[in-house]
Ligand binder design. Structure first.
Ligand SMILES: [Zn+2]
Length: 497
């Protein structure tokens, strides 16, 4: 039978050779989560770390929580009682809850230290910065950085469990360091304070699935106002709660748009729920989107949304092997959403087909296809395990031939996912959304319009990059460009005058 482990199992099958054996071994790995005192940032990071690890379900490590009983902040979907009990209640029905205990392990594979001087790996936040294995200046972390710290901590615990279970060694490496969600530097840049109230008027959530749920969770920690639109025609099935932070098993059958709206409502917003596909939304609404947050699965829907000409589109997605990305598009500068959402073209060219087969973005694969050197280990490590050995040592120029007919095509099956894989781009989208609403000089600017990495490696020096326009895209067409300008730039100039 399906259930909350089904899609995570598919992810484990991408990164290990024996997912069921790996899961059984991961369930025996002990992870400590400790804090000498709770602050809001510490409590948020701990709650999300535990949530994402519990949602691994059958593959979840055994979690030992040693944290003070007195709470300091409101948390999405959780009551105000003891943190361990509240987290357990939210995850009723997950088999992993049986392995959630209070206290400490005598011999943990990983001890996550969120506050205090214990031995272990320190998880810290300061302003927009988070750090893993490093101390930061004594400045309170904001809620979004705290959520990202929890995402990183859960991904590091996943890696420790995977390695202990004998999987994912080729493509996974521990991450240690500091990173700022303010400017994506690998430095503890704290950035500007989040305002007391964040206004969501003019914001549209196109798709309210797993990634979007991880936008709503950190937003629900802020004080919100305004009437954002939540658009999704789908309902929660019993496989979704592995990553849907807006839902647990008791929400099976509920609408995804309403569940996302409920979280935003709890923080003061007045969302408008549209339980339909984006194409079915009233054209007047569709053509007045100030800031669209797109996390749908289909590239065709992304392209259609871009042609509705939002002032700004933020876009997030994940791959089957742990890769995630967030992109930003204003239509005029660098790649538009249409430029990057061209899965329909993949069947047209052999390189695209190959890239899709390997699960590696074409832009990353292409430079190696003319080379006499084998694919770098980093790329090879991201190829599905069952195909990797076929390509080891094969010169880049021969990869297409070696792959032809010999690699196992990815079957058409339900989406592969994992709790922390969906959460990572969601939190980054929340960060982008809030920074735009602050009117801060946009750190993820048109010049750096993509942030991308893998949960199995973590942020790195070049995780922020620039994606240029395609020469054959409508965003090069003067008529379309004039249309965008007349809607947003001239309109803004008139409003300002
Ligand atoms: Zn374009």
């Amino acid at each position: 039978m399906a259930g909350p482990y089904e899609r995570t199992r598919r992810f484990l099958a991408r990164v290990t050779d024996d997912p069921d054996g790996a899961a059984a071994r991961m369930a025996g790995v002990e992870v400590d989560i400790v804090a000498a005192r709770l602050t809001p940032a510490v409590e948020i990071a701990i709650a999300l770390t535990a949530t994402l690890l519990l949602r691994l379900d059958e593959a979840a490590p055994r979690l030992h929580l040693d944290v003070p009983a007195t709470r300091t902040t409101r948390l999405p979907r959780l009551g105000d009682g003891n943190l361990v009990e509240e987290v357990a209640t939210e995850h009723a029905g997950f088999v992993s809850v049986d392995r959630l205990v209070t206290g400490r392990s005598a011999d943990p594979a990983l001890r996550l230290v969120f506050d205090g001087e214990d031995d272990g790996v320190f998880v810290a936040t300061a302003g927009w910065a988070c750090a893993f294995g490093e101390r930061l200046p004594d400045i309170a972390g904001n809620p979004i950085a705290a959520v990202f710290a929890g995402t990183i901590a859960s991904a590091e615990a996943l890696k420790v469990a995977l390695v202990a279970a004998g999987g994912a060694t080729a493509r996974s490496r521990p991450w240690r360091g500091a990173v700022s969600l303010w400017d994506y530097a690998l430095a503890p840049n704290v950035g500007m304070s989040i305002p007391e109230v964040v206004d969501l008027d003019g914001v549209v959530f196109v798709g309210c699935g797993g990634v979007a749920s991880a936008i709503a969770w950190p937003l629900a920690l802020l004080t919100l106002r305004g009437a954002p639109l939540a658009v999704d025609d789908d309902t929660i099935d019993d496989t979704n709660p592995n990553r849907h932070l807006t839902a647990s098993l008791r929400d099976v059958g509920e609408g995804k748009a309403e569940l996302l709206a409920a979280l935003l409502r709890s923080a003061g917003a007045a969302p408008v729920v549209q339980p339909v596909r984006w194409e079915a939304v009233d054209p007047g609404r569709r053509s007045a989107v100030e800031l669209g947050v797109v996390s749908v699965d289909e590239d065709a829907a992304r392209r259609a949304f871009q042609l509705d000409m939002p002032r700004l589109a933020l876009n997030g997605g994940t791959s089957d092997t742990g890769f995630y990305q967030v992109t930003s598009h204003d239509f005029l500068t660098e790649a538009c959403l249409g430029c990057i959402a061209r899965a329909d073209l993949h069947t047209g060219g052999p390189d695209e087909s190959l890239a899709r087969l390997l699960g590696i973005p074409l832009a990353e694969l292409r430079p190696h296809l003319g080379s006499g050197a084998p694919l770098p280990d980093e790329l090879l490590g991201r190829v599905a395990a069952e195909n990797r050995e076929q390509l080891r040592g094969v010169p880049g120029s021969d990869v297409a031939r070696a792959a032809c007919g010999r690699l196992r095509p990815l079957p058409d099956e339900p989406a592969v996912s994992a709790p922390m894989l969906s959460a990572a781009p969601g939190v980054l989208l929340a960060a982008e959304l809030v920074k735009r609403r602050m009117g801060a000089e946009a750190p993820l600017s048109p010049r750096t319009n993509m942030v991308a990495t893998s949960i199995l490696t973590g942020p790195h020096e070049r995780w922020g990059r620039r994606i240029r326009k395609r020469t054959d895209c409508t965003c090069q067409d003067p008529a379309y460009r004039a249309h965008y300008r007349s809607r947003w730039q001239e309109g803004a100039a008139q409003r300002a005058s």
